[in-house]
Design a protein around this ligand. Sequence first.
Ligand code: SF4
Length: 291
Amino acid sequence: MPDKYSAVWVSHSSMGDFLKCPRLYYLHNVYKNKNGRKISIISPHMSLGIAAHEVLEDLANYPSHERMDRDLRARFEEAWLKVSGPIGGFSSLDEEEQFKMRGKEMINNVIKNPRFLPNKCIKLKRETMAPNFYLSEDHNIILNGLVDWIEYLPDTDSLHIVDFKTGKHEERDGSLQLPIYLLLCNALQGRTVTKASYWYLESDKMVEVTLPNKDEAFNAVFDVALQVKEMRVQAKREGEQTFACPKGTYNDDTKAGGCIHCMPYEHIIYDDGQMEHVGVGGFNQDLYKEK
Ligand code: SF4
């Protein structure tokens, strides 16, 4: 039996970082500071997503006929308390209020038209970690992730996977999100996924998307996961420079190098006063926001 603790764990977020650039992957997913913690950046957009997801995903814990009796507005207020203030990345009360209003509007949209939420749903089995499985035992790679919602479709005894979107931008083609969801569902429960949708909560738009087939999904995810694994193995041999920026890693003396994705992390590491430590996150990571 392979050892889960020595495996390389990959997710939509970590592979997304890796696809942007290796150094971003390193700074967000590998690097640990003097407290032994990873570092993460929180923004108002992320906090809005966290609060809205918490309210909606929690509904799966209740029987279908009770779900829409829940006071979703009150639940949103509770969820918002956890991201309120600097720990949510907000720089002012005004900014926070604007984002909170957007969240309230999303919850109002859900209350007006809950779509599939009152239907039967399925939860993937998990222990303390997010649902996960061995993407490859031979390569010791584990894929983990949370599917926002899985509706059960009784007519076909199959599943509809739904991703809640709280941003304004539509998901790009070629994103690994759906392939990852499909692989998680296939590995962790017995029914076939026959439908997938994005629910843009702010515009209340449901967009059905074409599912990749199983082999395409596996190949797309495994290809990136293996690159991550190989780079980590190389880094063990050759050190941190394996994850250097291909365009020139940021140099704090000359201020050269770096780009928009990595700069906030570089500012944290160089402790140059541009980022503010706002607390410790749920995964024991040190959280920062832009000043
Ligand atoms: S700073 Fe370099 S490594 Fe980081 S995201 Fe930008 S180009 Fe990629």
